[in-house]
Design a protein around this ligand. Structure first.
Ligand code: HEM
Length: 512
């Protein structure tokens, strides 16, 4: 039966041979026109590496996309046009081009690309980070800037930072006195960042100790799903792969569980009537008050509250712990800088156990170490935008709807902007006015322009406090006599780029 079928097939082929020749010639011509000959008309397109049918330039990227795009940019320049599947994508890798997009032409590039995954997990653009630029986004952003993350509000969370950092120090002390095992700093920083954000956002912790792992699990899932590439996004006719692989079902499950969790949290806040006793010191209370009373003249619904809370957790936890993780990694690799930093911190505190905000103001090397960490290890490697209209950038024609990826990781390491760009040298910031607030485009770890991160003050307060405490109270070295230059620096890809292997270090209590 099998051979008959083969024969039958062969016969059919012979019969239809002239027709098949005709069709394949047509396909060949179509292929040439579509992929090899690119009709650009009078358009001046940015340089592009060669692309493949269907995949476009996806085949040239590896898991550490920020690094593969940096390599391509070395060959094709700071503005190149790639195709991710069928999506034209402009890759920006220099401070000048980034400034053109996020400052000079900010308005044209004020929108963020969305995807089926962000829509599902971020309440269909009702959060701030992917909401279309317009009145709704403006209202939400002003809630972030003026209500949730104002300077006064950040200061009011001082006791949360103090208590949570003290708990971390206690954990380290206990480990030091009870065992000689190294401290897993990556794990400690992750739980510190999570607990600080949780208390500021929801007024309480949802940590492992309290046996409330569900929320932590959901947060981990969201970060992973947002970092994952949905095949259908870039190659629409392959979107069935997302269904067959179970990716879509996983997104739906997490979205549903997250919604149930956040509904419960919001209802709890509404039921407890926080607004009546005037105690509105966590984000949830502030948001439910705005929702109920419409006091700010801003109307938000329950999905807006949920979207904002997801932004706070996704935007504020992993980012913060990643900065701490890379800062300690670099300090362990550079013992002389570690020594100088400890002298500065211990000198300013002069035996005092509690760190006040004005002590931190005096710690110039501490600030320089954090800046250098943000330059060298931009924790969110990419800033994303989408063009609203046809536009010219640096003399090149960019079509409406083109996705823009600004490689802020590569910009922070660009030798055109930085001397000895590949070296960790915090001292470069001691006599420099360059900052990370989005005005100096050679360093944009928090983004820039209208879409700039509103959480800089909150994040810096947590990072400075934790880093000062940890180098004040303990001396640190690598475990098992490991040499500084042998410390594994491999990165793990994701929305934030953190260490692949957890950072382990041996602590010794410092005697005051
Ligand atoms: C070290 C910590 C942090 C880093 C490195 C960081 C980085 C960033 C970056 C790169 C962006 C995109 C900016 C752009 O596209 O121009 C962003 C946006 C955002 N971040 Fe942060 N962030 C941090 C902490 C926080 C915290 C603590 C919060 C809130 C509590 C937060 C909330 C947000 C929000 C809501 C947006 C979206 C803004 C918009 O689209 O208008 N971030 N962040």
């Amino acid at each position: 039966m099998f051979s008959t079928n083969v024969f039958g097939f062969r016969q059919q082929v012979d019969e239809y041979l002239p027709f098949l020749y005709f069709v394949s010639t047509l396909l060949f011509v179509w292929f040439l026109t579509k992929f090899l000959y690119r009709p650009t008309g009078n358009k001046n397109l940015p340089p592009s590496p060669p692309k493949l049918p269907i995949l476009g330039n996806l085949y040239q990227l590896n898991a550490l996309t920020h690094r593969s795009l940096q390599s391509l940019a070395k060959k094709y320049g700071p503005l190149m046009l790639l195709h991710f599947g069928n999506k034209p994508t402009l890759i920006v890798s220099s401070a000048d081009v980034a400034k053109e997009i996020m400052k000079t032409r900010d308005l044209i590039f004020a929108n963020k690309p969305d995807s089926s995954v962000t829509k599902r997990l971020l309440y269909d653009g009702k959060d701030v980070s992917v909401a279309p630029y317009g009145e709704y986004w403006r209202q939400l952003k002003s809630i972030f800037v003026l209500q949730l993350l104002s300077n006064n509000r950040v200061q009011s969370f001082h006791s949360i930072r103090e208590e949570e950092t003290a708990l971390l120090m206690k954990k380290v002390s206990r480990l030091v006195s009870e065992t000689s095992s190294p401290v897993n700093l990556s794990e400690m920083f992750a739980s510190l960042a999570n607990d600080v954000v949780c208390r500021a956002a929801l007024g309480r912790k949802y940590s492992e100790e309290r046996n409330e792992k569900k929320f932590l699990y959901l947060l981990r899932e969201i970060s992973e799903l947002l970092a994952n590439v949905s095949v259908g996004e870039f190659i629409p006719w392959l979107s069935w792969i997302d269904r067959v692989s179970g990716f879509k079902a996983r997104v739906d499950k997490v979205a549903k569980e997250l919604d149930e969790f956040l509904e419960g949290v919001i209802q709890g806040s509404l039921d407890s009537g926080q607004d009546q006793n005037g105690s509105t010191d966590n984000f949830l209370d502030i948001l439910t008050k705005i929702y109920k009373d419409n006091t700010l003249g801003v109307s938000i619904d329950r999905d807006s509250i949920k979207g904002i809370l997801v932004d706070v957790f996704v935007g504020g936890t992993d980012t913060t712990s990643t900065v701490l993780e890379w800062a300690m990694t670099e300090l362990l690799r550079h013992p002389i800088i570690m020594d100088k930093l400890q002298n500065e911190v211990r000198g300013i505190l002069n035996g005092k156990q509690n760190i006040a905000d004005n002590d931190l103001e005096k710690m110039l090397l501490l600030k320089a170490v954090i800046k250098e960490t943000l330059r060298y290890h931009s924790s969110i490697p990419f800033l994303a935008r989408i063009t609203g209209q046809d536009v010219q950038i640096m003399g090149y024609d960019i079509a409406a709807g083109t996705m823009i990826i600004i490689n802020s990781w590569a910009i922070g390491r660009d030798p055109e902007s930085w001397e000895e760009s590949g070296k960790f040298q915090p001292e470069r910031f001691l006599n420099s006015s360059i900052d990370f607030k989005g005005l100096d485009f050679q360093m944009i770890p928090f983004g820039a322009g209208r879409r700039r991160c509103p959480g800089i003050g909150f994040a810096m307060a947590t990072i400075e406090f934790a880093l000062a405490s940890i180098v004040q109270k303990f001396d640190w070295k690598l475990p098992n006599g490991e040499k500084e230059e042998d410390l594994d620096m491999t990165e793990h890809p994701g929305i934030t780029v953190h260490r692949k292997k957890p950072l382990l270090a041996v602590a010794t209590q410092y005697c005051f």
